[in-house]
Design a protein around this ligand. Structure first.
Ligand SMILES: Nc1nc2c(ncn2[C@@H]2O[C@H](COP(=O)(O)OP(=O)(O)O)[C@@H](O)[C@H]2O)c(=O)[nH]1
Ligand SMILES: [Mg+2]
Length: 227
């Protein structure tokens, strides 16, 4: 993992203090049908901005925001599709290295919810199998136009093992929470992995060939965790 450093010169002295800007950098991808509010969720989260007009051609590749997770400084690098989803032409480069995904549908458009399955398949085909997925039912402010019940969405989320929240980029409702949940879940996985790797290296003899054919499964498991 590459860390960027900030160099701060000491006042009135020649000493320099090197400060790491962040402890972790997590790439998160936004996916879901066109028009569900992905770009506005991103601008709400990173700039606290919302745009009522649909400006589908204008998009950024990604935007970042740095926040604290469990006392660590985490930089979230959130990728937006810039409209590629219209043509079903999202490249695998988009998913490369992503550790989290926010899968968005529009609670007022049933079809965007039906397509969640398609997006999950896309993730299965292109993203890391351990990717953390949060499903977001956006535009919760348009409750009078609702076409997807919260219960239907909860059931799907349970079946597919996803986290789920209803959000509103317009009202800034649950947007922060959605990203924080993703980042927290990623952090949990990463710190567990680090711990497992540490335990594996301290408890396994180094440079010794072990015949695993008659060993207990716990030893095999430990050697798996170390790589
Ligand atoms: N009422 C309402 N409209 C929204 C919300 N989020 C996005 N929109 C609108 O939905 C349209 C599409 O949003 P956009 O962010 O471009 O969707 P994208 O194609 O998924 O990136 C725009 O007109 C937005 O103003 C929301 O939470 N509530
Ligand atoms: Mg967009």
């Amino acid at each position: 993992m590459r860390l960027m450093s900030r160099v701060v010169s000491g006042v009135g002295s020649m000493s320099y203090k090197v400060d790491h800007e962040y402890d972790y950098l997590f790439k998160i991808v936004l996916i879901g049908d066109s028009g569900v509010g992905k770009s506005n969720i991103l601008s709400r989260f990173t700039r606290n901005e919302f745009c009522l007009e649909s400006k589908s051609t204008i998009g950024v590749e990604f935007a970042t925001r740095t926040l604290q997770v469990e006392g660590k400084t985490v930089k979230a690098q959130i990728w937006d599709t810039a409209g590629q989803e219209r043509y079903r032409a999202i490249t695998s480069a988009y998913y490369r290295g992503a550790v989290g995904a926010l899968l968005v549908y529009d609670i007022t458009k049933r079809q965007t919810f039906e397509n969640v399955q398609r997006w999950l398949r896309e993730l299965r085909d292109h993203a890391d199998s351990n990717i953390v997925i949060m499903m977001a039912g956006n535009k919760s402010d348009l409750n009078h136009l609702r076409a997807v019940s919260t219960e239907d969405a909860q059931n799907l989320a349970e079946r597919e093992g996803l986290s789920f929240l209803e959000t509103s980029a317009l009202e800034a409702f649950n947007v922060e929470k959605a990203f924080q949940t993703i980042l927290f879940d990623i952090y949990q996985i990463i710190s567990k992995k680090a711990l497992a790797a540490q335990q594996a290296t301290t408890s396994l003899p180094q440079g010794t060939t072990i015949n695993v054919s008659n060993m207990s499964s716990s030893v095999e498991k430990k050697s798996c965790c170390s790589n």
